[in-house]
Write a protein of this length. Structure first.
Length: 163
């Protein structure tokens, strides 16, 4: 790629949206939805009837709204949303050690028999959904940071401020 091609490509960034970063954030939302649908469809006795699940539901709602807002922000090359996506991506990895890990290790009584709250298979799916979601959010942030810096440098050469 010649220097002139790079300049044209960077100049086009002023007029087109950052769809890669935005789409990665939306995929992060999708895998979070898979996570909580898989988790909340489980009904093993009364194990899931506690305050932790209530907090998890509220967190999921806030998470979905924050990531959607961030996906719109990174679509318009706004750097601050990248940092929010990094934090939310890291929190997805932290969530592995909260409900899935605790539920996988727990046993409960159902009709007089002791059963596992979360099977090995469900636990693996839960971990996979959270890892993919977190990785997509962090990848979205990295893509946006790289593109924001490239656009900012290009605008400086044109004598414009980054809007």
């Amino acid at each position: 790629m010649t220097n002139e091609d790079r300049t044209i490509q960077r100049d086009r960034m002023r007029f087109i949206k950052n769809t890669l970063a935005s789409n990665l954030a939306i995929v992060g939302i999708l895998f979070d939805v898979f996570f909580f649908v898989n988790l909340y469809q489980s009904d093993v006795g009364t194990y899931y009837y506690n305050i932790l699940i209530g907090v998890s539901i509220v967190y999921n709602l806030v998470f979905l709204l924050a990531v959607f807002l961030s996906s719109e922000g990174v679509k318009n090359y706004q750097l601050n949303y990248s940092w929010l996506l990094v934090v939310l991506g890291v929190l997805q990895f932290v969530r592995i050690f909260i409900i899935p890990t605790q539920a996988h290790a727990a046993k409960t009584l159902v009709e007089g028999a002791e059963v596992s709250v979360m099977s090995d298979g469900q636990f693996m799916w839960q971990v996979a959904f959270l890892v993919i979601s977190g990785a997509c959010l962090i990848a979205s942030a990295v893509v946006n940071i790289i593109k924001c810096r490239a656009l900012s440098e290009h605008l400086k050469t044109l004598g414009q401020q980054n809007v």
